[in-house]
Design a protein around this ligand. Structure first.
Ligand code: 1GP
Length: 243
């Protein structure tokens, strides 16, 4: 199955986000990867708002060596590419009005992408206000959709779908104070696009709520960096779903 098909066919997926910028040394990254591999997440996402090309490529290569889960590029910019990954979320930041993040970086990535065999997944990427200014918001110089602007969020999601995007990623931003509400997830899920939810998720209850509200895949980054034992909770959650 392709990465897109796996996401479409799950209602309880978990992706662990690795931002290569968060590690001070290769050794720190290797220790982290060993721990993530034990949790056996459905996916590893790799990307960040400010990561350099060499750090990015090194991180994907090492992740491929250490972890069996499919690797999906969650790019912060056009240089975040690697042939060692399985797929790339070809993100269009449709909550914003910055042409660089709607089409500019995409064109810049083409000459490398056409020489790689990555699965390219056209993705609507929507930032929803998470209670503090996120790095993506700052770097892209865009505003998120207010957390209670349900009609705007729904219409934005549908516009992305009508443009041909195959998946919707709604993100409260890395380290968000407030994760996306169940009400918002239900509304976005009703647009019938495979749905990825992330930003500020810090508990199993929040993961369960997101899945029950209609998220196919939940992305977790900061919480694991802060509390590595959370990986065990995630593993138990996934195991218990199969019972
Ligand atoms: C951010 O959705 C991801 O783009 C993950 O956010 O690091 O807050 O889990 P956290």
């Amino acid at each position: 199955m392709t990465v897109l098909e796996i996401i479409k066919n799950t209602s309880s997926g978990i992706a662990i986000l690795i931002d290569p910028d968060k590690f001070n040394s290769e050794n720190d990254l290797l220790i982290y990867l060993d721990k993530v591999s034990i949790a056996q997440p459905d996916f590893v996402f790799i990307g960040g708002s400010t990561v350099s090309k060499s750090d990015f490529q090194n991180c994907v290569r090492l992740t491929k060596e250490k972890i069996n889960s499919p690797i999906v590029i969650f790019p912060g910019a056009s240089h975040q590419l690697s042939e060692h990954a399985d797929a790339i979320l070809f993100l269009s930041l449709i909550s914003g009005r910055n042409s660089d993040y709607l089409i500019g970086h995409h064109i810049a990535a083409v000459s490398e992408l056409e020489n790689m065999s990555l699965q390219i997944i056209p993705t609507s990427y929507m930032l929803i206000d998470g209670g503090k200014k996120s790095s993506v918001e700052y770097v892209s110089n865009t505003n998120p959709i207010p957390k209670d602007a349900f009609s705007i969020a729904r219409k934005t999601a549908l516009a992305g779908k009508y443009l041909g995007h195959k998946i919707l990623y709604a993100d409260a931003g890395s380290g968000a104070k407030e994760n996306i509400s169940k009400e918002m997830i239900k509304l976005l899920s009703a647009t019938n696009s495979p749905l990825i939810i992330g930003g500020g998720i810090r508990s199993i209850e929040q993961i369960r709520d997101a899945h029950q509200a209609g998220a196919n895949l939940v992305v977790i980054g900061n919480k694991i960096e802060e509390d590595i034992d959370f990986l065990l909770d995630i593993k138990n959650y996934s195991l218990n779903l199969g019972l």
